[in-house]
Design a protein around this ligand. Structure first.
Ligand SMILES: NC(=O)c1ccc[n+]([C@@H]2O[C@H](COP(=O)([O-])OP(=O)(O)OC[C@H]3O[C@@H](n4cnc5c(N)ncnc54)[C@H](OP(=O)(O)O)[C@@H]3O)[C@@H](O)[C@H]2O)c1
Length: 299
């Protein structure tokens, strides 16, 4: 689908995207690049980065890849420094890197929990921490010394309620949302950096989804999803573009849910809508005809 944003929405900006070599992170990278940003992607597997970089360059996007593990502070520092060396500034940091697997709470080892917390939560914070010196107001390379950059942290909606076999991810994503809000408070006040989150719902055609929901989600989703379909990577990328462009200049500390209304959804009630209307009318009539009656509704 064509983007509704102008092609220069983030022109001249430099964006660093962790997990930018695949899935949602790659689509965010692509859309930031198509709207004028120079992009750097980070991940552990070099061949994944190389193939993503060549696909981005084939679209005319200025792109480079630096391999590294967000769990290692020295990798985070090296990639942030390399980004600055390559493009001379840093405006947008997107933390999309994450680990996931299915496990019941009973089978989940403390190490399994720790690994996901390390990648998702500690990794997100480590990247923010290393990027601060280039994102803050007046940082090296920032031509507009009066404003700071933007951080986007990708979480999920799993922890809004509870999710089977996802204790580890729910805990990690809840901590990411808390990190987002606290950084928005502190770094918004001190450095004019806007820090926001995006919470995707079920997004089709992603590595995460094929790992966790092996069958075609759209064919079984009719009764589950209010909009009758899973989302697309594009939907998340458009939210990222909105939040990182000037369109989002007054948005700070928000977690934007992009899930088609999935997390608020409930099974349809057992009583069909027409039967509910008749029941409601008969209850209303009985109450009106009874002793004392009820005041007539003006609605
Ligand atoms: N797919 C969905 O429906 C969905 C729903 C809700 C939230 N999300 C979130 O959206 C984001 C993207 O998900 P996705 O499904 O598109 O999955 P994905 O492509 O598998 O994303 C994970 C990316 O993170 C990188 N990564 C993992 N561990 C890393 C580490 N330690 N250091 C650096 N990079 C690392 C991976 O590359 P390497 O393995 O090469 O390092 C990969 O590129 C994740 O934060 C996920 O939790 C997805």
């Amino acid at each position: 689908m064509e983007s509704p944003f102008k092609a220069d929405a983030v022109k001249g900006k430099v964006a660093l995207i962790t997990g930018g070599g695949s899935g949602i992170g790659l689509e965010i990278t692509k859309q930031l690049g198509k709207h004028g940003a120079s992009v750097v992607i980070m991940g552990r597997r070099k061949h994944i980065l190389d193939s993503a970089v060549s696909s981005l360059r084939s679209l005319g996007i200025r792109a480079v890849g630096f391999d590294g593990d967000v769990r290692k502070p020295e990798d985070a520092r090296r990639v942030v420094e390399s980004t600055f060396k390559q493009f001379g500034r840093l405006d947008i940091l997107v933390n999309a890197a994450a680990g996931n697997f299915l496990s019941s709470a009973e089978d989940l080892s403390p190490n399994g929990l720790r690994t996901v917390m390390d990648i998702d939560t500690v990794g997100t914070f480590t990247m923010c921490h290393e990027a601060l010196k280039y994102l803050k107001k007046g940082a090296p390379g920032r031509s507009d010394s009066s404003s700071g950059g933007v951080i986007l942290n990708i979480s999920a909606t799993l922890h809004y309620t509870a999710t089977w076999y996802q204790l580890h991810v729910s805990a990690a994503k809840a901590a990411i949302d808390a990190t987002t809000r606290n950084l928005a408070l502190e770094w918004g006040s001190e450095y004019d950096i806007r820090v926001n989150g995006i919470a995707p719902g079920l997004i089709g055609d992603t590595p995460g989804m094929s790992k966790l929901v092996p069958k075609d989600i759209n064919s079984q989703a009719k009764n589950l999803l209010p909009l009758y379909k899973a989302g697309e990577k594009w939907d998340i990328a458009m939210a990222a573009l909105y939040l990182s462009s000037d369109a989002g200049k007054f948005i700070n500390g928000a977690i934007v849910v992009v899930d088609g209304g999935f997390w608020i959804s409930q099974p349809r009630p057992p009583i069909p809508k027409e039967a509910m209307r008749q029941l409601s009318r008969s209850v209303d009539n009985k109450a009106r005809d009874g002793p004392g009656g009820v005041p007539r509704s003006n609605l």
